[in-house]
Design a protein around this ligand. Structure first.
Ligand code: URA
Length: 209
């Protein structure tokens, strides 16, 4: 496997991803399973976050617990990234959110940012870019360009389905950004959809099929 890429291979993720991929799954169930997979992926993607001691008292005794050293920012790429940011916020409710809108330039077929609203503490935070699909990798790369220009220093990317083309693009453009994915699928079709994939993640999440 490509260095810097973690395929989070877990029975629960495989089972939930099967429901997410299934064309017969309703938007309601798609949303629920996507949020669950996002929580599980985040668990792995945050394994190395630094903690400091926090002294508290249990009802019975003093106890040295832990608190995160740095703030966490979730950066969903609109619109499908909203689907996984929801699941991430469930287990990291203190995180703040940097929304990033990317649209496709119809001539160059490259992503162009149309919305970027990061919190002011990008440089001090661990930033988690969230997009269910890593297809060509161009949106994720452009998003990370923006985040770095705005000061972000610690960035990781979480996606549900990736493919070799997107992984190679990302690792070439941003070798410092670790990638966490639930699956690496074999191909991209002529419309840049991952195959077998799960279809259009935004349409399936928002019911706009
Ligand atoms: N975006 C999607 O929603 N699906 C893909 O397969 C590729 C990009």
């Amino acid at each position: 496997m490509t260095p810097g890429v973690t395929v989070v291979d877990h029975p629960l993720i495989r089972v939930k991803m099967t429901r997410i991929r299934d064309v017969g799954t309703s938007s309601e169930k798609f949303r629920a399973r996507l949020a669950e997979v996002a929580s599980l992926l985040l668990f792995e993607a945050t394994r190395d976050l630094a903690t400091r001691a926090e002294n508290i008292r249990t009802p019975l005794a003093p106890f040295e617990g832990a608190a995160l050293v740095r703030p966490v920012i979730i950066a969903p790429i609109l619109r499908a990234g909203l689907g996984i940011s929801e699941g991430m916020l469930r287990i990291l409710p203190d995180a703040t959110v940097a929304h990033i809108g990317m649209k496709r330039d119809e001539e160059t077929h490259r992503p162009v940012p149309y919305y970027f609203n990061p919190p002011p503490n990008l440089a001090e935070a661990d930033v988690i870019v969230a997009d269910p699909m890593l297809a060509t990798g161009h949106s994720a790369s452009a998003t990370i360009d923006l985040l770095k220009k705005a000061g972000a220093k610690s960035i990781r990317l979480v996606c549900c389905v990736s493919c070799n083309e997107g992984l190679t693009q990302m690792r070439t453009a941003h070798p410092d950004v670790p990638i966490f994915t639930a699956a690496v699928d074999p191909t991209l079709n002529e419309r840049a959809y991952i195959v077998p994939g799960l279809g259009d993640a935004g349409d399936r999440y928002f019911g706009t099929l």
